[in-house]
Design a protein. Structure first.
Length: 238
């Protein structure tokens, strides 16, 4: 049973309730560390995003967390990857996931389905107060006097008192507040000059319904297309 040591004093504090932060919380719980709180800057976790490709190594970890059956229900087990030139002709085709000999499948899935599954399991296993939205980290410092066994003091916008914890884990994205404290002179992320548009639409299955297609003439101009949910299941189902 989860027993948080205090409202703002968990043993482990995870910043960011995205895919990485929620999976981290579940992995900590699986390792026997259940005094965990996840802070999320957004006030509400919404069904946003587009498709994700989970390679067999990632699916193995989710399977060991007991999530494979529910994940599979809302995802497509990708069986093949094909490269096509800009006129549509096939250049190369290769098997993926179990079809390529792995013990675990490769899944194409809507990000919202995966995040909703992770969020539901974190809440069920760690308790309803484990994920706290509307909490934006503004800074932290390591301190010898944070309380019995506490080594980190984390400051959150709007909170009258800081959070104290033994371990602070930053999973708050490319503009990480945790990283900005660790590396204050690093500056913002550097842009590599590539623009990417991501989108989602409903449509009939193409090819065998389990194929990922990359179409384009070079590494900078291409389209990547793949199904993210079974034909009978809405892509944004939660």
């Amino acid at each position: 049973m989860t027993s948080h040591s205090g409202k703002n004093s968990p043993r482990i504090l995870v910043v960011g309730a995205g895919i990485g932060g929620l999976t981290t919380a579940l992995s900590l719980h699986a390792a026997g560390l259940d005094d965990v709180v996840v802070l999320e800057a957004g006030r509400r976790l919404r069904a946003v995003g587009a498709g994700l490709n989970l390679q067999p190594a990632a699916v193995r970890e989710l399977t060991e967390l007991g999530l494979e059956q529910e994940l599979a229900a809302g995802a497509v087990a990708t069986a093949r990857l094909e490269y096509h030139h800009r006129y549509g002709g096939r250049i190369w085709s290769e098997p993926r996931g179990r079809a390529a000999g792995y013990r675990w499948p490769q899944y194409s899935v809507h990000r919202a389905h995966l995040q909703a599954l992770l969020l539901r399991e974190v809440t069920r296993r760690l308790g309803p107060g484990a994920v706290r939205t509307g909490r934006r980290l503004t800074g932290y410092e390591q301190c010898p006097d944070g309380g019995p066994g506490r080594r980190v003091r984390a400051h959150v916008a709007g909170e009258p008192s800081p959070y104290t914890c033994d371990l602070l884990i930053g999973a708050d994205g490319v503009n990480s507040a945790v990283r900005s404290v660790m590396y204050p002179h690093e500056g913002p992320p550097l842009w590599n000059g590539i623009c990417m548009w991501r989108g989602l639409t409903r449509g009939r299955p193409f090819l065998d319904g389990r194929t990922m297609v990359i179409i384009g003439c070079n590494s900078r101009v291409k389209a990547v297309v793949y199904p993210v949910s079974p034909p009978t299941r809405p892509a944004c189902a939660r």
